[in-house]
Design a protein around this ligand. Structure first.
Ligand code: TYD
Length: 210
């Protein structure tokens, strides 16, 4: 059996990257081999695409082009980092994956979610996370937190309405797939969220072994 594939999802400012790092440290301390990564990115090619996708100087990117660049980055990431790691017995913890495309390019940009899923299936060869932690946070709070650490990127700079639509889409995804997607309230403090993340992942790992 391949190693577990765990993803983090959610609107801006939910503290995903901090929680990804904390989870990897906690699992590593228990002797589990982990690889942390993020999307868009994770490989040299995908990191180059990330720069284009996030830069505010990228103008006139249609929703279709944006989706296809995300998918090109994902295809490279899956075949050169995620799958080889999983097959090597290494647990992969990824900051954003397919659900972000459904939320951002679907609910956010207005592309057809069924088409997004179909194209993602092609890009990933059908790879689906075993467990997804949705760090849910009210949009205003998340954007305010994100703005404290850096200048808004091309996505963070979108209107509030865009962010509200994608938050809603993430919550709907969780309702549709309660077995895979677990919602955590990321407006709580970092320590509280970190212990809820660890608890959720450990009980998932225990049922997987059973
Ligand atoms: P990042 O700085 O990693 O944002 P965050 O810390 O909020 O995860 O930037 C990634 C951005 O890319 C984020 O705004 C969401 C967006 N994105 C998509 O629009 N579609 C996707 O499929 C993925 C993976 C990310």
């Amino acid at each position: 059996m391949r190693a577990p594939f765990v993803t983090f999802e959610g609107p801006e400012g939910g503290g995903k990257s901090t929680q990804v790092a904390r989870l990897a440290r906690a699992l590593g301390a228990q002797g589990l081999r982990c690889q942390i990564t993020r999307e868009p990115g994770g490989t040299k090619l995908a990191d180059q695409l990330r720069k284009i996708l996030l830069s505010r100087s990228t103008k006139d990117l249609s929703a279709q082009t944006e989706l296809l660049l995300m998918l090109a980055a994902r295809a490279d990431h899956v075949s050169n980092l995620i799958r080889p790691s999983l097959e090597d017995g290494i647990t992969v913890i990824c900051d954003r994956f397919v659900d972000s495309s459904v939320a951002y390019q679907g609910a956010g940009r207005g592309l057809d979610p069924a088409l997004i899923r179909q194209l993602n299936d092609f890009a990933t060869g059908g790879l689906v996370p075993d467990l997804t932690l949705l760090l849910d946070v009210p949009v205003e709070l998340g954007l305010e937190r994100a703005a404290r650490t850096s200048r808004p990127d091309r996505f963070e700079g979108q209107a509030l309405d865009f962010h509200n639509r994608l938050r809603q889409a993430f919550r709907e995804l969780a309702k549709a797939e309660p077995g895979r997607v677990r919602v955590l309230d990321a407006s709580q403090g970092e320590e509280v969220v970190a212990s809820q993340v660890l608890q959720t992942v450990q009980s998932f790992l225990a049922t997987r072994k059973a």
